[in-house]
Design a protein around this ligand. Structure first.
Ligand code: ZN
Ligand code: ZN
Length: 258
């Protein structure tokens, strides 16, 4: 078996149809589409401080476009969403998701205490290390929240903050253990792996040590990026002894060997 699923991809710059067609052309078996909740007009008032990626859409229009692409191609497309985890807003965010029949929901921490984790902050080295610790705390809260099938890109802060705390590997293992305990997957993210493979390797090792369920997603925003880094992801997972990938249908987890 090969790594032939991708459970993190976006449609806002293109369309569900174009992304699913790319997945089929690249030989994938299943594509999980997971548009940002920040792109939905119904949730925009709660999340208007976050950047937009292309035109906004309604929840019904997004759901309809995903189902229509699956039927028209035809292709096994799973309906998902990348959902912000913001403690004081989670209840209102989750209420907006309730009416729809999601295959999977990705929990994403993109900000901690109102500060973006992807934009370089004006912090001292010590504050940078402390920012990592608060990021890991938020990721553990997301894993424990009960809202999500998986928690995405757990080392994404590396994009803006190279000052890893001395306890970095311990923090990863703590997060991986909490994910295992809650039966929530952690993600090996293709975009992260192409940008900072060293910290993604440390994440994969922590997941292997804690027997954490693994999701693999490219974080593609364009058709050419679907399954980006899948070869590297498969090689890394095999290197650390992980043989199994988790995917979801109607919220129910499935595993396959690769
Ligand atoms: Zn994200
Ligand atoms: Zn994403």
């Amino acid at each position: 078996m090969t790594l032939d699923t991708d459970f993190h991809s976006h449609v806002s710059y293109t369309s569900a149809m174009q992304m699913a067609q790319s997945a089929r052309t690249k030989g994938l078996r299943v594509l999980g589409l997971s548009e940002h909740i920040t792109q939905m007009s119904e949730s925009r008032p709660l999340l208007e401080h976050l950047p937009l990626e292309g035109p906004i859409m309604t929840f019904p229009a997004y759901v309809e476009a995903v189902l229509a692409a699956a039927q028209a191609i035809p292709f096994d497309v799973r309906l998902g969403m990348e959902v912000e985890f913001i403690p004081e807003k989670n209840e209102r965010i989750q209420a907006l998701l309730q009416p729809y029949n999601w295959d999977f929901l990705i929990g994403s921490v993109h900000e901690v205490d109102g500060l973006s984790i992807e934009v370089k902050q004006d912090l001292t080295r010590e504050e940078c290390e402390d920012f990592w610790l608060r990021y890991f705390q938020a990721l553990r809260q997301a894993v424990n929240s009960g809202y999500f099938s998986l928690v995405s890109h757990p080392v994404r802060m590396r994009a803006s903050n190279p000052h890893l705390p001395a306890t970095f590997d311990h923090e990863l293992e703590y997060l991986a253990a909490e994910a295992t305990r809650n039966n929530v997957a952690l993600e090996i993210n293709g975009s992260d792996l192409l940008s900072y493979p060293d910290v993604v390797r440390r994440l994969a090792r922590a997941c292997a040590a804690q027997h954490t369920p693994i999701s693999v997603g490219s974080d593609a925003h364009y058709p050419a990026e679907v399954a980006q880094a899948h070869q590297q992801s498969a090689a890394l997972l095999h290197e650390v002894g992980i043989q199994s990938i988790r995917i979801w249908k109607q919220g129910v987890a499935e595993e396959y060997s690769f």
